[in-house]
Design a protein around this ligand. Structure first.
Ligand SMILES: [Mg+2]
Length: 310
């Protein structure tokens, strides 16, 4: 059973009170706690030594990554993060200087986005370091973006470049908070997700939640330099193109927007965020299939994204 089937099974019987606008299956829980015009966003995430970072990773970057992953999910709803709790599972032989560096990494990112660190928990985890972060945020009710809003005919966009994040980007990425808020404020964005498991995997979550399909335009996929550098033939024949579609941890935004707005969106984006590439990679379709178009024609996309277990 893969991780998504397991989550579905474990959460099937959870009650859904009226305060829960969106829960399992979105990037964050979206809660209506009675605050005028605002939803509360609620998110937790963990990084584990040997899974999300190696023992050689710089401790400040481990801290950065742990908080940035949660902030990226807040960005996926076009929200603003406000408060965070930090839970540490420490190996028995931990080095206090390393912990200080981890907290320095967390603190620098929290400062940058004005997230207040307000507590947490420390426990032991005998063999390896575990770092878990929970974040609260807010979003205006009329600007909250979900995975479930994609509509046939929408243009599909992705920020940045994809693939090869494990070469370094995964430890130092910036959550796309400002970009997401700007998009939600100015354009008819219908759905959004942050790319944690690869475009081929995460796009399927959007399609399933929205009950639609998509056609990706192969030659348009923005392939990162790190994915290209790895070159074809390495790691069992994976090409840079396959890496761009299936590597995890890009933490870029994937969103769909009314096709009428696509041209003006690209135009204004390039003025607003000249240093961050924005690419139209395809369109949302009514038929619920995921296809890839290239110069040889249009065929079903058989690639999937990263799974923690399957
Ligand atoms: Mg996410």
């Amino acid at each position: 059973m893969n991780e998504f089937a397991l989550i579905e099974q474990l959460t099937r019987s959870w009650p859904r009170p009226a305060s829960v606008v969106a829960g399992v299956g979105e990037d964050c829980a979206v809660l209506d706690l009675g605050i005028a015009d605002q939803f509360v966003l609620f998110k937790t995430d963990a990084v584990v030594e040997g899974v999300h970072f190696t023992a050689e990773a710089a401790p400040a970057q481990i801290g950065h990554k742990a908080l940035a992953r949660c902030l990226s999910d807040i960005a996926a709803m076009a929200g603003t993060p406000t408060h965070a709790l930090i839970t540490l599972g420490l190996p028995r032989d931990h080095d206090p200087a390393v912990l200080e560096e981890i907290y320095r990494g967390i603190g620098a990112l929290a400062d940058r986005y004005q997230v207040a660190l307000v507590g947490g928990e420390t426990t032991t985890n005998p063999d390896r370091l575990l770092l878990s972060v929970s974040v609260l945020g807010t979003v205006p009710k009329d600007r909250c973006l979900l995975r479930s809003g994609a509509q046939p005919g929408d243009a599909l966009f992705v920020t940045g470049e994809l693939g090869g994040a494990l070469a370094g980007k995964h430890l130092e990425f910036q959550p796309r908070l400002r970009e997401a808020q700007w998009l939600a404020a100015h354009f008819p964005v219908h759905s959004m997700i942050d790319l944690s498991d690869g475009l081929a995997g995460d796009l399927r979550h959007v399609l399933k939640a929205s009950g639609v399909g998509a056609e990706l335009h192969g030659p348009s996929i923005p392939i990162s330099r790190a994915a290209r550098r790895r070159g074809p033939g390495q790691s069992s024949g994976r090409t840079p193109f396959v890496a761009a579609l299936t590597d995890g941890e890009d933490f870029e935004l994937l969103f769909s927007v009314s096709s009428r707005a696509a041209v003006s969106l690209l135009d204004q984006w390039n003025r607003q965020f000249p240093e961050l590439r924005l690419t139209c990679v395809g369109k949302i379709t009514r038929t619920p299939d995921l296809t890839l178009r290239d110069k040889t024609g249009c065929k079903p996309l058989v690639l999937h994204g990263y799974l923690h277990f399957s």
